[in-house]
Design a protein around this ligand. Structure first.
Ligand SMILES: Cc1cc2nc3c(=O)[nH]c(=O)nc-3n(C[C@H](O)[C@H](O)[C@H](O)COP(=O)(O)OP(=O)(O)OC[C@H]3O[C@@H](n4cnc5c(N)ncnc54)[C@H](O)[C@@H]3O)c2cc1C
Length: 148
């Protein structure tokens, strides 16, 4: 294990790398996003399989929406209170659930494929990916989720 190293270009030293830890990969969707004025965030709201590389993307979209809600309140001269948590949950929970379920479904497809030792799904997706319409659909889905 690396104890000390140097990034020459940045002139930075690695002082210490803590012990490796591991955790089970699992899907999770929080039913209640907030309690009073405390809003849960990040993987605590929605944990998805890393296969699709979408976990933090979802959080970035949440941040963007939360920021919009706060701006709206400020522009209208309204209080920054727990109605933000309520609106955040109301407008995002179902979308996040559908999106993360979609990711899980993709994972299960590939899982099934590797268990059955065939490549039908990968080959079909590769053919679909060459189609302009599906290609742009999948890109939009990955970049924007279910939000406009
Ligand atoms: C292998 C892998 C690959 C990934 N690849 C991608 C990708 O390509 N693209 C993408 O968008 N997303 C990816 N993700 C998902 C992304 O890493 C997560 O969505 C993101 O890190 C979640 O950030 P977070 O701050 O919510 O949680 P975390 O990054 O898990 O941070 C939570 C922190 O809180 C600490 N903590 C927990 N409990 C306590 C406690 N009781 N007291 C004090 N501290 C505590 C933890 O130690 C941790 O440091 C990947 C995930 C994995 C596992």
């Amino acid at each position: 294990m690396i104890q000390s190293g140097k990034f020459d270009s940045l002139n930075m030293n690695i002082k210490k790398i803590s012990n490796l830890s591991k955790f089970e990969l699992k899907s999770l969707n929080l039913r209640n996003y907030y309690k009073d004025n405390i809003l849960a965030f990040g993987d605590l709201l929605h944990q998805v399989h890393p296969l699709a590389g979408q976990g933090f993307n979802m959080t970035l979209r949440d941040i963007s929406y939360l920021s919009t809600l706060i701006d709206e309140r400020i522009n209208l001269g309204l209080a920054i209170d727990n109605t933000i948590c309520r609106d955040f949950e109301k407008n995002l929970r179902d979308k996040n659930l559908i999106f993360s379920t979609g990711i899980d479904l993709i994972y299960e497809f590939f899982n099934f494929e590797s268990k059955t030792n065939n490549e039908i799904i990968s080959k079909s997706l590769s053919i679909l990916g060459k189609n302009k319409f599906f290609n742009s659909f999948f890109k939009k889905f990955a970049d924007s989720g279910l939000r406009p």
